[in-house]
Design a protein around this ligand. Sequence first.
Ligand code: C2E
Ligand code: CA
Ligand code: CA
Ligand code: CA
Length: 275
Amino acid sequence: AKKHGRNRYHFFTAELNEAVLRIINLDKQMRQALKEKNYKLYYQPKVCIKTSKIIGAEALIRWIDPIKGFIPPNEFIPLAEENDFIIELGEWIINDALNQYINWQKIGIDISISINISAKQFLQNNFEDILIKKIKDKSINPNKIILEITEYILIDQTDKVYLSLKKLHDFGINISLDDFGTGYSSLSYLKKYPINYLKIDKSFVDDMNSKNGKIFVETIVKMGQMLDLKIVAEGVETIEQLQYLKSISCDLYQGYHFCKPLSAKDFEEFYKAKN
Ligand code: C2E
Ligand code: CA
Ligand code: CA
Ligand code: CA
């Protein structure tokens, strides 16, 4: 039994080492990928439910490794958040998304751009000042920029987050609360913070096949609209889901039913064909 135990111990160490090595490697590769320009933003259309028109696009990062291929964000964003690389990567994301916005404006694709901002990135000093300066320097209409943040940021009860959000909001930038309902949500956040959009998480959209699921989503939509928020449903995959959302006057939606995230070039073609 003793011998067995020792073997098992060795087995675990080997496995642990492997896991640690994998993370160290990923860490290195992730940074290298930025130097080698292996990140690319994809764009998923945001659609007005009433008119079926594309009124915006959410930027979603992709890591395209020459050997490993497509690496989805869930496989590296969490690590990037842990080791602070997200600050550098997030800076690249913002620059790239803003430049894409400008290019699209030039060719008559007049849409808003949503950018996902991770908590670490948002909480760095002067985040809001740096972003506002960028938008000014590039002569971008701030009303066309939407920052998608998560409730996680809002649990910080100091004034710092409130003041940053207020500065951004007063300048004209829109704030969208992503993954609404999944985490630390408290209805008081919706009153306290300057927020423009609520995104209903996909898990609640998936639940709309049950009576309670429907009631839940309808309640969020009604409540949000009473607070002057626009409501976005994410992860809409079926016509039934879309029809229900329409029947309860949800404002916007995103999802495979309409379109998956596309490269900028494919988005352009898709947009021209649809709008
Ligand atoms: P998220 O912000 O909640 O993004 C929605 C995710 O749902 C995206 O996954 C999108 O591709 C996917 N999706 C959209 N419609 C459907 C649908 O109809 N069905 C299904 N099954 N999925 C759908 P993605 O692109 O893999 O991103 C995952 C998460 O990674 C994002 O969740 C976000 O938290 C993070 N992320 C992605 N890009 C960025 C970025 O540029 N910056 C930061 N900080 N985080 C990002
Ligand atoms: Ca998002
Ligand atoms: Ca989301
Ligand atoms: Ca989500």
